[in-house]
Write a protein that binds this ligand. Sequence first.
Ligand code: XMP
Length: 326
Amino acid sequence: DWDAAGIIDDQVRAIRERVGDSQVICGLSGGVDSAVAAALVHRAIGDQLTCVFVDHGLLRKGEAEQVRHDFVAATGIRLIAEDASEDFLSALKGVSEPERKRKIIGEKFIRTFEKAQRQVIEEAGRTGSEVRFLVQGTLYPDVVESGGGDGAANIKSHHNVGGLPKDLKFELIEPLRTLFKDEVRAIGTQLGLPDEIVWRQPFPGPGLGIRIVGEITRERLDVLREADAIVREELTRAGLDRDIWQCPVVLLADVHSVGVQGDERTYGMPIVLRPVSSEDAMTADWSRIPYDVLATISTRITNECRDVNRVVLDVTSKPPATIEWE
Ligand code: XMP
């Protein structure tokens, strides 16, 4: 029988032994894996762990707060949060090509993380201790996909924007390396993490940045963030969260869709709903969401989101379409 408490005990013992009185850093992405890895290491070594969270301004509504407050409240972890949204937005100004967006976001992310890392190293130095380890939330499928070697998640490297610099200065702690996603969730629950973190659906590292087809601006982000929040709220209300793998909400920012509101002809932006079911994101099918749920979502988005006058549903499987639009 699989035993979450037993695995936690074994890991806690192993981590304590390995770390000794060194300091440890862990980057939090807001996702399940890094959160559970951090909580597990924290259980083992407490304040010898410092977590770093980079807020790139491309997160969903409430997500930065969830990491900064809920996660810290649930775990007592010491956290350095870098709010770098200004910095990211200005670097992304005028950019609409998807791979360039990814590259800019990925590079900025690493630079920002390194800045926080230096801060941790300096602070540790003042207390006469050394930062030797970096925690990563690598799972068993990542290990297998990269050929069982040590460079975890190579295949998905272009997807690993939420990941961390491969810094040779550090030895890696990968406490989830033998586990599957459902096991990681069980461990997260056993460690007392809230369901909103443990059951979070996959979300790309570059965040809403790759869900605005066109240039990323603060105004467009605000519109998309609102629409995305409505979709999440209604899917949760309908009890569909665990049936759906993820549901990207996409803003077609450069399309001028004609609408009529009151007596007026309007030009607005369409919002695309992309609910998918999947086992591993390699292939996917579009989710058959009940019509009444779609109707509620559509009405709310067109009523509540400025400059949106049309909501459309993506009914394409993967392949041929990818899950994300960019
Ligand atoms: P696609 O769009 O390739 O997505 O079918 C497959 C899975 O990967 C996620 N995704 C990303 N994750 N950085 C990430 O961390 C990225 O640049 C990225 N692009 C796609 C996507 O959300 C889906 O779960």
